[in-house]
Write a protein that binds this ligand. Structure first.
Ligand code: KG4
Ligand code: ZN
Length: 334
């Protein structure tokens, strides 16, 4: 079954074709990042307008690269929640037009669920149950995934998402947007021990996260009379975030007794996080799954893969499919 996946929830216009939920036939991403960079973050109105301009060409290219015609697509999956409302509407409208014109099923996909499912695209042995950490620009969520569609939210961030913290701290240090890759690059030549920064463990809530105090500490140092060197501050910030993300994920694996750990979302592209999570999981005898960097950040392939699993389970939507700017994953699937 060839599923077309459409993603427009933020600043990437992305369309992919995936066969049987696991084989990527094409995966086209038109990034608007350069345009938003001058504002230091995503401007919703600009994002919507660019999606409108890009969507048809990206869709045509995805079919072309897959070597398929319109008639070879058996279903269309689209991110309909959560995300920027105007941006989501562009993808959902395109998906509806496609489904109506071709008479194929449409399925709305939760963006965070799709980040998790990116793991099925490159790991034949990926399976649930698992503990899953989704770290993106908008979310820092730790789940106990009991099976397909069975998500128990163990904890989430109380304030900034991990990616948001990378983006804001990068800006404080004069680095480019998006801040994650910029901080990772700067940190390569820095010493994480050169600058003492707090670790927000929140011991009253073992699975919750908070990055606003860390951001304030970075701000104070960056704006002080004698600011630390950017590589050192970058490395210290990254190490603090990674310590907490790894520590809490391992804590969740111990508490649930699960032996699989899934890492997903844009921040999962971070090499230091991947390396430290790998070492911690190896030491604890846990199997770790994370997607290749290009499938950690927003893409259409993860949407198509998730749509396939929903269709297999008998869930499809119709042309009344709506868009939702915020919707917790735990609440939408029984
Ligand atoms: O998943 P994603 O592409 O979009 C959302 O759903 O939010 O995540 C984007 C976020 C941004 O905050 C970006 O700075 C962060 O992921 N990110 C990274 C890295 N690459 C992207 N954070 C840390 N290290 C990276 N290498
Ligand atoms: Zn995302």
């Amino acid at each position: 079954m060839n599923v077309l996946g459409i993603e427009t929830s933020c600043d990437e216009t992305a369309v992919a074709v995936v066969r049987d939920g696991r084989m990527i036939l094409s995966n086209v991403v038109a990034s608007q990042m350069a345009e938003h960079a001058k504002y230091g973050g995503v401007v919703p109105e600009i994002a919507s307008r660019r999606h409108v301009e890009n969507i048809n060409a990206v869709l045509a290219r995805a079919l072309d690269e897959a070597g398929l015609g319109f008639g070879d697509v058996h279903a269309v999956a689209v991110t309909n929640r959560p995300g920027l409302l105007g941006a989501l509407l562009v993808g959902v409208t395109a998906a509806k037009a496609f489904a109506l014109a071709l008479g194929v099923p449409i399925v709305g996909v939760h963006h965070i669920e799709a980040h998790l499912y990116a793991n099925f695209l490159t790991h034949a042995d990926a399976a649930f149950p698992a503990v899953a950490l989704v770290v993106s620009g908008g979310h820092t969520d730790l789940f106990h995934v009991k099976g397909h569609g069975e998500y128990v939210l163990l904890g989430r961030t109380r304030d900034d998402a991990a990616g948001e913290a990378f983006d804001k701290c990068a800006r404080l240090m004069g680095l480019d947007y998006p801040g994650g890759p910029a901080i990772e690059e700067a940190a390569k030549t820095g010493n994480p021990k050169a600058v003492p920064l707090p670790r927000p463990w929140l011991d009253d809530d073992p699975f919750a996260f908070s990055f606003s105090g860390l951001k304030t500490a970075v701000r104070r140092l960056a704006q002080s009379e004698n600011p630390p060197a950017v590589p050192d501050l970058s490395a210290a910030f990254q190490e603090s975030v990674v310590d907490v993300l790894v520590g809490k994920t391992l804590r969740a694996a111990r508490a649930t007794g699960e032996t699989r750990v899934f890492l997903a979302g844009g921040v999962a592209a971070n090499a230091r996080l991947r390396e430290r999570m790998r070492a911690a999981c190896d030491a604890a005898g846990l199997s770790l799954f994370f997607p290749p960097p290009a499938l950690c950040t927003d893409n259409g392939a993860m949407i198509a893969a998730t749509g396939f699993f929903h269709l297999q389970a008998g869930h499809a939507d119709d042309l009344t499919l709506s868009t939702l700017p915020s919707e917790p994953l735990a609440a939408v699937v029984p």
